[in-house]
Design a protein around this ligand. Structure first.
Ligand code: GAL
Length: 492
């Protein structure tokens, strides 16, 4: 059997099947009932920040439509639902002694509604919407944030931990660092790629670690849940897999993206050696006395190391890597990145410029994680496919027959199954991004990831299932694939 052939088979009997969303992307109600602004409220209102000039003020209005959301999740037979809490809805002044009880009531209703329908909540504490009042005091660029994040985490464990058994501290710290504090294309819009992004990676790792340790020492015994961090990564394929220089470039890219956060948490409490060495060398070349990558004390390394109960992975696509040469020097993504990173021009593109369909990359990445980070329990906390909006199919404006997304889901899940059944990767769950169309950050509403179409012109924000929602239910009912799927076919 060739590696590209689809297989039949099943996931674990207790496999988690979910969909995922995030507070700022779906909730709307941006200033309702005592919520204060987050950095995304601030950023999305800045002229030119969002391609279509839109914002998340209303979005899917899940703050008011959460019962509809629960119904969709139930119809799809999901066992789990991943959503995030809005820090500034719960703690408008970021002070846990002055909570917004309307915010607490909202999440209580959502959590209770899910549980009443047999759906387990998986809750992310921080999916990018930092309270603006904290940003104004320095945000992730100041050490005070570590204690503030811990205070927020404690508040959430106290109020929801009796019912929430699966926690994620921070979603994709790499994207926050690179886009929020590097290129500045995400909130809070800080443009400091040479040092700001490294500063905030340190505080986010320490914030995560303190929250994990708090749960571990004071809540785990009575609440019996699990808690980890969610990291994003492409797969990096060497341009020529037989060429050592290409392999080194691909490994360097993985170390500086996934490894930047995975190495500290899953290996030894510190950044990957290759990354530390390269940034220290480049800092010296610039005439700086110290590396731009801040160091951890021995005490801090001990705090960070081992703060995981599973490996939360967000994966969408892949890249090809080769070494940087004199001619290609100008094309590197970041001056510290000693690898040239690009898509293969033969790959099929989805609705986002960065998203190509490369299902086998998921299998390779799962194996990489198993081999490099101690064979952890892996939960794919996001995977999904976008389409452009307006869609180029005039006969199906809502894109309800989303054939490309159906092919994406079948083929990626089949590769995940291969990783599990043929390679022995300890895969425990899978969450599709996303339950429904929503505010896609700097791309606004021009890119749609939903298994459900949302009519943003309708005051009620009507949700309609796409074929992909039905396909997903079929896969869930089979707990995998009873027969090898035709991954070239986009019908159900
Ligand atoms: C992830 C992010 C999600 C979602 C998705 C699609 O990076 O966690 O919020 O937007 O990408 O781009």
């Amino acid at each position: 059997m060739s590696d590209s052939e689809a297989i039949s088979g099943h996931f674990r009997v207790d496999f988690m099947w979910g969909t995922a969303t995030a507070s700022y992307q779906i909730e709307g109600a941006h200033d309702a009932d005592g919520k204060s602004p987050s950095v995304w409220d601030m950023f999305a209102h800045k002229e030119g920040a969002i391609v279509d000039g839109c914002n998340g003020d209303i979005s899917c209005d899940s703050y008011h439509n959460y019962k509809d959301d629960i119904e969709l999740i139930k119809q799809m037979k999901n066992t789990h639902y991943r959503f995030s809490l809005s820090w500034s809805r719960l703690l408008p002044t970021a002070d846990s002694s002055a909570p917004n009880m309307a915010g607490v009531a909202y999440y209580n209703k959502l959590i209770d509604g899910l549980l009443a329908n047999g759906i387990e909540p998986c809750v992310t504490l921080f999916h990018w919407d930092l309270p603006r009042c904290l940003h104004d005091k320095g945000g992730w660029q100041d050490d005070f944030i570590i204690e503030k994040f811990k205070e927020y985490a404690k508040f959430c464990f106290d109020h929801f931990g009796d019912r929430v058994k699966m926690w994620i501290t921070i979603n994709e710290p790499h994207v926050v660092a690179a886009f929020g504090y590097g290129s500045g294309i995400h909130a809070p819009g800080v443009q400091d790629p040479m040092s700001g992004c490294y500063q905030v990676s340190r505080t986010m790792l320490l914030g995560h670690a303190h929250a994990w340790r708090l749960y571990d020492s004071e809540y785990r015994a009575k609440q019996n849940g699990v808690i980890s961090i969610t990291l994003n990564s492409d797969w990096a394929e060497p341009a020529n897999p037989a060429n050592q220089e290409d392999k080194d470039a691909a490994d360097f890219y993985l170390q500086c993206t996934l490894g930047w956060f995975a190495h500290p948490v899953y290996v030894d409490g510190d950044y990957p050696p290759k990354m530390k060495e390269a940034i220290a060398r480049k800092s010296k070349e610039q005439g700086l006395e110290k590396s731009r990558l801040p160091t951890f004390t021995e005490e801090e390394k001990k705090i960070i190391k081992g703060t995981h109960d599973f490996f939360g992975l967000n994966h969408y696509t892949s890249r090809v890597c080769s070494p940087v040469t004199e001619e290609t020097k100008a094309m590197v993504l970041h001056p510290d990145l000693e690898a040239l990173v690009y898509p293969n021009e033969k790959w099929e593109r989805a609705g986002s410029v960065w998203l190509f369909l490369v299902p086998w990359g998921l299998r390779k990445l799962l194996n990489f994680i198993a081999n490099n980070y101690g064979n952890p329990k892996i939960i794919i906390t996001e995977n999904g496919c976008s389409t452009k909006h307006p869609h180029d199919n005039p006969g199906d404006v809502a894109n309800l027959k989303d054939e490309q997304r159906c092919r994406y889901i079948k083929s990626y899940l089949n590769e995940a199954l291969k990783a599990h059944l043929l390679d022995g990767v300890d895969l425990r769950g899978y969450f599709l991004w996303s339950l429904m169309d929503n505010f896609e950050w700097a791309e606004g509403y021009t890119e749609r990831f939903g298994l459900h179409h949302v009519d943003f012109n309708d005051p009620k924000r009507k949700r309609t299932p796409r074929n992909s929602a039905k396909l997903y239910t079929k896969i869930i009912e089979e707990n995998g694939f009873s027969a090898p799927p035709d991954v070239t076919d986009g019908t159900i």
